[in-house]
Design a protein around this ligand. Structure first.
Ligand SMILES: C[S@@+](CC[C@H](N)C(=O)[O-])C[C@H]1O[C@@H](n2cnc3c(N)ncnc32)[C@H](O)[C@@H]1O
Length: 310
């Protein structure tokens, strides 16, 4: 398992420095703790700041707990999906409101490089891909085994933007009938490589299995469905004048964030700080491959915060 390097840390810290109301004893929310990289930097820089951190992955919470142990009772780690954010705050935290909420969406490098988790097309782990392995029973392999050709096509197309969705879905359903349904990441990658003509694979400009793996991961963890609810929870949890910062890693996530912030701006709930998404510097893209597709958007809630739910 390789450690996770926080993405766009300087850009996140810039927003904290310039846009976040940092009163003594304020707290911030990390909706996706992962290895706790972003949180650690904020806690180190702002000595009076407290953190309420979420991650639906038990092993991520354990690692973050260890990495943030030195901050003692300034840190409270909650074992929830971020859609539970507002409900998981204590009464006093809800009354006070966080000064900021940060979402660094997707998977961590720790998850990607643990073969047994099955997230990576480069490792030979079982096709699991659950972030919350104790709370959910649906694995990527169940999808490959149970969904019909039409549903598999929809998943690969809608969640992976895979142009060859139907061809790959057909190859998977056929592999069932011959008893060769892929059970590991390497087997699924091999099936995709066998199915797509070599010139097409060369033209794809990315690993031929990348989009299918992304699609399965999104389906297993309902990753797109939780974003609107998570953002709404963040709006409710952050106080007037506070910021919501989101780093996304593919256009499907970014589109949801962009539309939500645009809608909130139109409704007068606050304003978008980033008319265009901020992207990592060339130096960061070169030194940290995981940052290459990152896009950061931020929204500042109006000082006179209004209720967002009817
Ligand atoms: C990219 S990593 C975060 C890395 C972190 N910012 C750092 O610097 O170490 C994303 C994390 O978010 C978690 N996650 C993804 N979706 C989630 C959700 N809906 N609720 C809670 N945690 C989630 C994943 O389990 C993963 O650990």
């Amino acid at each position: 398992m390789s450690p996770h390097v926080p993405v766009m840390l300087n850009e996140v810290m810039d927003i904290f420095m310039s846009r976040v109301p940092l009163d003594a004893g304020a707290f911030f929310i990390d909706a996706t703790l992962g290895g706790g990289g972003h949180s650690r930097a904020v806690l180190e820089k702002y000595r009076g700041m407290r953190l309420v951190g979420f991650d639906q992955d038990e092993s991520a919470r354990e690692i973050a707990r260890e990495r943030l142990a030195e901050f003692g009772d300034r840190v409270r780690i909650v074992g929830e999906n971020f859609i539970e954010m507002f409900e998981s705050l204590e009464d006093s935290e809800r009354d006070e409101g966080a000064c900021a909420a940060l979402f660094d969406l997707g998977v961590s490098n720790m998850q990607l490089t643990t073969p047994e988790r099955g997230f990576s097309y480069q490792s030979d782990g079982p096709l699991d891909m659950r972030m919350n392995a104790s709370g959910s029973s649906l694995r990527a392999w169940d999808i490959l085994r149970d969904c019909d050709e039409r549903e598999l096509t929809r998943i690969f197309r809608d969640y992976g933007e895979e142009r060859n969705a139907f061809t790959i879905a057909r190859a998977i359903t056929r592999s069932r009938t011959t008893g060769n349904l892929p059970a590991t990441g390497a087997e699924l990658t091999a099936l995709i490589r066998r199915t797509l003509p070599a010139p097409m694979q060369r033209k794809m400009g990315t690993h031929p299995a990348r989009r299918v793996f992304q699609a399965l991961r999104i389906a297993v963890n309902s990753e797109l469905d939780v974003i609107p609810e998570g953002l709404m929870g963040a709006y409710e949890s952050v106080r007037g004048g506070g910021a919501i910062i989101v780093i996304s890693y593919h256009s499907l996530e970014d589109r949801i964030v962009k539309r939500t912030f645009r809608h909130w701006t139109e409704e007068g709930y606050g304003r978008t700080l980033t008319r265009k998404p901020v992207i990592p510097s060339e130096k960061e893209r070169e030194s940290n491959r995981s940052s290459r597709s990152a896009k950061l958007r931020a929204f500042v809630i109006d000082d006179m915060k209004r209720a967002i739910r009817a």
